[in-house]
Design a protein around this ligand. Structure first.
Ligand code: AP5
Length: 210
């Protein structure tokens, strides 16, 4: 399975990608997590991306395309993968096509802007592995500690309400057109993501197994 998860910031891409990865034994490739890890370890790419990510702007296409090209050449991607956060612009989707990669399905998780803004204030992420949690809807077993790796749960800088609004604006302008790009290829499956995490997971697998 070669999959893409589309959706606004906070739609639940990371949450659902983790479940799909576990069930299908394919890697979850999150460009956001890769860029944040580079930022944390102080690489040249991380330093370059810092202001973009913190202000909620998109990192330049050539940088992100390079990251994905290198990652997809790794061994664990041979039998499939889930792209979470890539592509985010038409040039990124075209670059993926030019790599000769045949995507099987694109799942678009639909959530209104109002729900997103409300949700993001409660998000916490593991500072080590990036797994997302929520203060109300998706709590860890032990408060403030990641279930998977025992890392500390923190709030992302770009989850401030003003930055979330800026990210949503960019999403509607740059990323939403991808729905039509993949619809015209017959690969788009749209699901409602405003209900519970469990209900969204059910709808995701219904689409994947259709
Ligand atoms: P990235 O990390 O990819 O952020 P994003 O796409 O904006 O998405 P999020 O991670 O914020 O949300 P999500 O949809 O994964 O939701 P989640 O599952 O966490 O990118 C960050 C930045 O990196 C970008 O702004 C950009 O600067 C750069 N970047 C990354 N990729 C790039 C690219 N391709 N090109 C250029 N720049 C790029 O869920 C959100 C919260 O809601 C969580 O707390 C979760 O527990 C909760 N939740 C999830 N589902 C539900 C539900 N059904 N009901 C209730 N709560 C729920």
């Amino acid at each position: 399975m070669k999959l893409i998860l589309l959706g606004a910031p906070g739609a639940g891409k990371g949450t659902q990608a983790a479940v799909i990865s576990e069930r299908y034994h394919i890697p979850q490739i999150s460009t956001g997590n890769i860029i944040r890890a580079a930022l944390k370890s102080g690489t040249a790419m991380g330093k370059m991306a810092k202001s973009f990510i913190e202000e909620g702007k998109l990192v330049p296409d050539d940088v992100v395309i390079g990251i994905i090209k290198d990652r997809l050449e790794e061994d664990d991607c041979k039998d499939g993968f889930i792209l979470d956060g890539f592509p985010r612009t038409i040039p990124q989707a075209e670059a993926l096509d030019k790599m000769g990669i045949e995507i099987d399905k694109v799942i678009d998780i639909e959530v209104s802007d109002d729900v997103i803004i409300d949700r993001m204030s409660g998000r916490r992420v593991c500072e080590k592995c990036g797994r997302p949690y929520h203060l109300v809807s998706l709590r860890p077993k032990v408060e403030g500690v990641c279930d998977d790796c025992a890392g500390a749960l923190i709030q992302r800088k770009d989850d401030h309400p003003l930055t979330v609004k800026a990210r949503l604006k960019i999403y509607h302008k740059e990323t939403e057109p991808l729905k039509y790009y993949y619809k015209s290829q017959g690969k788009l499956y749209e699901i409602q993501g405003a209900n519970s995490v469990e209900e969204t997971t059910r709808l995701t697998f219904e689409a994947l197994e259709a």
